[in-house]
Design a protein around this ligand. Sequence first.
Ligand SMILES: *[C@@H]1O[C@H](CO)[C@@H](O)[C@H](O)[C@H]1NC(C)=O
Ligand SMILES: *[C@@H]1O[C@H](CO)[C@@H](O)[C@H](O)[C@H]1NC(C)=O
Ligand SMILES: *[C@@H]1O[C@H](CO)[C@@H](O)[C@H](O)[C@H]1NC(C)=O
Ligand SMILES: *[C@@H]1O[C@H](CO)[C@@H](O)[C@H](O)[C@H]1NC(C)=O
Ligand SMILES: *[C@@H]1O[C@H](CO)[C@@H](O)[C@H](O)[C@H]1NC(C)=O
Ligand SMILES: *[C@@H]1O[C@H](CO)[C@@H](O)[C@H](O)[C@H]1NC(C)=O
Ligand SMILES: *[C@@H]1O[C@H](CO)[C@@H](O)[C@H](O)[C@H]1NC(C)=O
Length: 457
Amino acid sequence: MGWSSWLLFLYLSWSFFFSRTHESQIYQLQLLLQLRKHLEYPSQLGILESYNGDLCNLSSSPNLGVVCLEDTVTELKIMGDKLVKVSNDFNGFAIPNQTLSESFSIDSFVTTLTRLTSLKVLRLVSLGIWGPLPDKIHRLYSLEVLDLSSNFLFGSIPPQLSRLVKLNSLTLDGNYFNGSVPEWLDSLSNLTILSLKSNRFNGQFPSSICRIITLTDIALSHNHLTGKLPDLSTLSSLHMLDLRENKLDSDLPGMPKELITVLLSNNSFSGNIPGQYGQLNQLQHLDLSLNNLSGTLPSSIFSLPNISYLNLAENMLSGSLPNHLLCGSKLGFVDLSSNKLIGVLPSCLGTMLDKRVVKFGGNCLSVDTQNQHQESYCNVANEEGKQSRCRAVGILVAAIAGAVLVISLLAMVAVFLRRRYRSGRTFEQNIISKVEQDNILTGVSSEVLANASKIHF
Ligand SMILES: *[C@@H]1O[C@H](CO)[C@@H](O)[C@H](O)[C@H]1NC(C)=O
Ligand SMILES: *[C@@H]1O[C@H](CO)[C@@H](O)[C@H](O)[C@H]1NC(C)=O
Ligand SMILES: *[C@@H]1O[C@H](CO)[C@@H](O)[C@H](O)[C@H]1NC(C)=O
Ligand SMILES: *[C@@H]1O[C@H](CO)[C@@H](O)[C@H](O)[C@H]1NC(C)=O
Ligand SMILES: *[C@@H]1O[C@H](CO)[C@@H](O)[C@H](O)[C@H]1NC(C)=O
Ligand SMILES: *[C@@H]1O[C@H](CO)[C@@H](O)[C@H](O)[C@H]1NC(C)=O
Ligand SMILES: *[C@@H]1O[C@H](CO)[C@@H](O)[C@H](O)[C@H]1NC(C)=O
């Protein structure tokens, strides 16, 4: 090959590459403009209006981000401003000023979206997107981060999502997803963040989640989950567990050692606080308030090296804490209020130490007695005794009632037989004399009484 053909070859391949790049730039820009139309021209995409530069050179803002790898869009982030949800009764139809309009089609929107085939990160937040999430979202097979928070998505999470095996973060907070949390989540074997807060999920906490050992964050708070929370000890990377405001009602399960934040308040957990929680050495934030926990407190949770926030309020915790209880040096907030604790308040929780906020009202402690109950209120053993005594009394009452019933039945039968024997005359006489008696007693006519009763009932 001579010099000239070399040059020609170089020129051709360069121009081919350039035009390919250029074409794909134009194509991607077209896609983005289509998405903008689907989303009904949100102000965050206003910059595209007269944009004719390189899409991959679009300057990022907090509300809009486009990132490319070799001229192909790999990240798209649009943060809308449709934040406020005025009504909580979304029923699957467009709501003016909150969702996109009635003519929005989530199906065509996602079809356009899936043409950005190389997307690794997709965040579409607070844009008023409404409808059931289409199955075809799985065509974005490179996705590693999917965040569709604060929209109006409903129905179940599409099963095809299990094919997005590269996902490491799935965030669908603040939507209207319902049905159960899928059992297939363990197909997402690289998942680190699972956040499905504030939806309408019901049913049980899927035990398959315990097999996703890469998880660092699980947030399923503000849903309607019921039943048992399985043992989570296998999740050795888990740092954050947030299951607040559900209806979970088992005993508290074992927890992995790396946990930093555990939020289980406002459920129906019962039984004791496991002693194992006193060995969670990374734990900083433990909230078990508003449950039905009973038994005595493992004192080692107060002295955990990193614990700073400990909320055990509104349970049925009983017994007393040792006076010489040790508190961790980072412990700044302790709430023990509305339990059944007795005895003294340990000195490390004393109110003298102003570096620590301690709440303890509504127990039977021998401090600040004004805000404490009588000791009998907290006497759990007593209460159990009372319960069994109640049961005994109940049985006795039932037996007596039964006997009385049988005797009165017999008496009625006897009276009835006698009446039949003596004819109806006496019966009428009884009625008349009863009415006369009433009038004498009350001084009002039976007619007035009858009317009055009509008015009041
Ligand atoms: C990208 O933007 C910078 C300034 O923000 C500009 O200097 C550069 O020429 C642009 N590149 C392309 C390929 O458009
Ligand atoms: C929608 O929002 C705009 C501006 O925020 C407001 O002026 C208008 O009254 C709202 N309409 C309805 C139906 O709420
Ligand atoms: C999982 O993540 C690791 C590193 O984060 C990566 O090397 C690996 O390829 C991922 N696996 C899948 C199936 O994407
Ligand atoms: C989920 O919500 C939609 C819309 O409100 C409703 O039609 C559907 O029956 C619900 N499904 C379940 C399983 O609750
Ligand atoms: C507890 O949860 C219920 C709903 O399950 C909610 O109505 C209530 O406000 C919550 N209580 C607190 C103190 O957060
Ligand atoms: C709390 O537990 C007790 C038994 O320990 C049970 O009788 C009671 O019904 C439970 N209360 C709630 C609200 O779950
Ligand atoms: C917890 O405390 C230990 C020792 O006190 C320290 O080495 C570790 O970094 C702390 N962990 C966190 C998450 O702060």
